[in-house]
Design a protein around this ligand. Sequence first.
Ligand SMILES: Nc1ncnc2c1ncn2[C@@H]1O[C@H](COP(=O)(O)OP(=O)(O)O)[C@@H](O)[C@H]1O
Ligand SMILES: [Mg+2]
Length: 373
Amino acid sequence: MNNNVLIELSHVVKKFEDDLIVKDLSLKIYENEFITLLGPSGCGKTTTLRMIGGFEKPDSGEIIINGKIFNDLPPYARPINTVFQKYALFPHLNVFDNVAFGLKNRNKKYLLKFFNIDASLPSKEQNKLISAAIKKAVEEALGLVKLTGYESRKVNQMSGGQQQRVALARALVNKPQILLLDEPLAALDLKLRQNMQYELKEMQRKLGITFIFVTHDQEEAMTMSDRIVVMKDGIIQQLDTPKHVYNEPVNRYVATFIGESNIIEGTYFEKEQVEFLGVLFDCGKYPFVNKEKVDVVIRPEDFDVVPLKDAKLVGKVVSSIFKGVHNELDVLVGDYKLMVNTYENYQVGDQIGLKIDPYEIHMMKVSEHEETV
Ligand SMILES: Nc1ncnc2c1ncn2[C@@H]1O[C@H](COP(=O)(O)OP(=O)(O)O)[C@@H](O)[C@H]1O
Ligand SMILES: [Mg+2]
């Protein structure tokens, strides 16, 4: 990832009939970036991606690629390829022909330039060179997705994971500057999905292509992305690195959508303290006024379980579930139930003490509209 803006969406609006689906969305995407649009089903991720790809036109706003406005240009005129949610392969064609399809349907002028072939050669000679170049390009693309040797296999005789790879090769063969991927792993089982996440990330790093990835799965977004665009109802809630989105969510929606968290009502004091659950805690400096009501976010793994005499909070374990490495506790403090993760074992009914380091306490402005996910 570098600092050159490759794509800019500027105040993009999209309506379907009277429904406002994408609302004044502005976003800059950098060269070589792996950026992910993340949000629940129906929040406008696919629609946004389709506008970038040229399959939908914005009602207003601009789609700028390499500094030029692309609103009116069709998909094939954009330096972009798309891997769709449904792979849309040709079931009756073999792997080679599926991957070669896009190139074979380009006109000759495009292909001569694409493969850097001398246009002054006799036509027959050109055709031969083009055929050979397509073959080589397809083989390279299949190599990238680890399907070398599968050229003559029919796609309907392949597994879901393999079909996924064919769809990817079909996009990569065009050497796009930008690859759009719309929930490409959704149909795969967990193990396969995790392998592909890793491979896609590696591929993106190696090829230096900008990936715009869409998913509703926050874990997938966290593992793969340089930056995450958290969306809700066609509006960007937060755009930041996975770490920041996780540690410093801007509002209750983001905090709840990205992993588990305790969100507790509190009061901020300008002496860099916050009161919640009836106790005063040290915290960092925040841009709140004295005695402002705030939402305090504490991730379950950020509590320290300590002896009662050292505790800031004391609670009673009301549920304990073993999760393989850690235990997930529900701890009742007063009448507030906290989620606490710990490596130690505690029984339901145990009294435990809790401490929180100041830097583990994150505060958000209280949402104007109290909404949950
Ligand atoms: N072609 C269309 N015509 C009418 N409504 C559409 C069309 N495409 C998407 N929508 C609506 O736009 C909203 C957002 O859809 P979409 O962008 O596919 O969301 P996501 O990919 O985040 O699940 C949904 O309510 C969907 O029904
Ligand atoms: Mg979608």
